[in-house]
Design a protein around this ligand. Structure first.
Ligand code: FES
Length: 315
């Protein structure tokens, strides 16, 4: 687990994509190229009070002179998007982390089905750019209330062409998750968007027998169960054998930091993957929205996940 490098970037341009969504183009004040990234990656923006917010990169993947993020002003959010809209203008600077990819395209897939709703289209646009550049086979289902409120629609039309299917509520065209179809070897499904859309896609995939490994979801809002009753548990440090008690009202991350471990974190909500750590010898109660099922046998998020009785963490 390493801390992510934060660099100060300059806002090169701001463009309105919809009345609620602005696209911010970021560049380094001196360096000609920004770090390499792959489709599906996000960066963290550091707010003035130190909190971090995650935004997917939606421009052309690879080592590029500029990055683009699309930010929707959330009326009931936690204040990050309002700060971005109110404070970032061309010429201002903002602290941005190196990209991290929790939502990569599946290597070796023969076809890709992308389902994006609202601002959830941002990582999928980067995926579509990558797939189109490779000449790969893909379909993009875009769901929004209307064309006027569909972020990045013009870019998606250019990138996807006839592979784009639009589902706009005001036209009476609503996406039916059954459209994902039956699973086939080598076909991968990706969804990002509102909780309702993701749950509909998950349910349709489960009903049709899609394997977990063929499904990929990106969420930026925690889906924590409010009825969950945390219990205390023990954390054993693999390198020293030391045992720490995590009380019911604290996270493993807090307890480890208090003990002197300099651990990275960002969202502290189980959605970004910054605090992921290896573990063994324990049953972990996974409460995050970021780790794929395949990673849950030996990795946990220290900010929200807990253990039954005890667990050994690879620190
Ligand atoms: S800090 Fe984001 S998942 Fe833990």
């Amino acid at each position: 687990m390493t801390a992510r490098i934060i660099q100060k970037l300059r806002v090169a341009a701001v463009a309105e994509s919809t009345p609620e969504v602005r696209v911010y183009t970021l560049e380094h004040p001196r360096k000609p190229l920004l770090p390499d990234w792959s489709a599906g990656a996000h960066v963290d923006l550091r707010l003035p009070d130190g909190r971090m917010r995650q935004y997917s990169l939606c421009g052309e993947p690879g080592p590029q002179p500029r990055w683009q993020i699309a930010v929707k002003r959330e009326t009931v959010g936690r204040g990050g998007s309002a700060w971005v809209h109110d404070s970032l203008a061309p010429g201002t600077e903002v602290q941005v982390s190196a990209p991290r990819n929790n939502f990569p395209l599946a290597a070796g897939a023969v076809r890709h089905v992308l389902v994006g709703g609202g601002i959830g289209v941002t990582p999928l646009l980067a995926m579509a750019r990558s797939l189109a550049a490779q000449g790969a086979d893909f379909t993009f289902h875009l769901c929004a209330r209307s064309a006027a409120l569909a972020p990045l629609l013009a870019e998606l039309r250019v990138v996807c062409g006839e592979r784009l299917a639009t589902w706009f509520g005001d036209e009476g065209r609503r996406f039916d998750a059954a459209l994902i179809g039956a699973p086939e070897a080598g076909v991968h499904l990706y969804a990002c968007g509102p909780h309702r859309l993701i749950e509909a896609v998950r349910a349709a995939a489960a009903e049709r027998g899609w394997a977990e490994a063929q499904q990929h979801y990106e969420v930026f809002q925690p889906t924590l169960d409010e009825n969950f009753k945390p219990e205390p548990f023990e954390l054993r440090i693999a390198s020293t054998g030391e045992v720490l008690l995590v009380p019911a009202d604290r996270s493993a991350l807090d307890v480890l930091r208090e003990r002197g471990f300099a651990l990275p974190s960002s969202c502290e909500l189980g959605v970004c993957g910054s605090c992921v750590c290896g573990y063994r010898d324990g049953i972990v109660i996974h409460r995050d929205s970021v780790l794929p099922v395949s990673a849950r046998q030996d990795r946990m998020t220290l900010c929200v996940s807990r253990a039954r009785v005890s667990v050994t963490v690879e620190l």
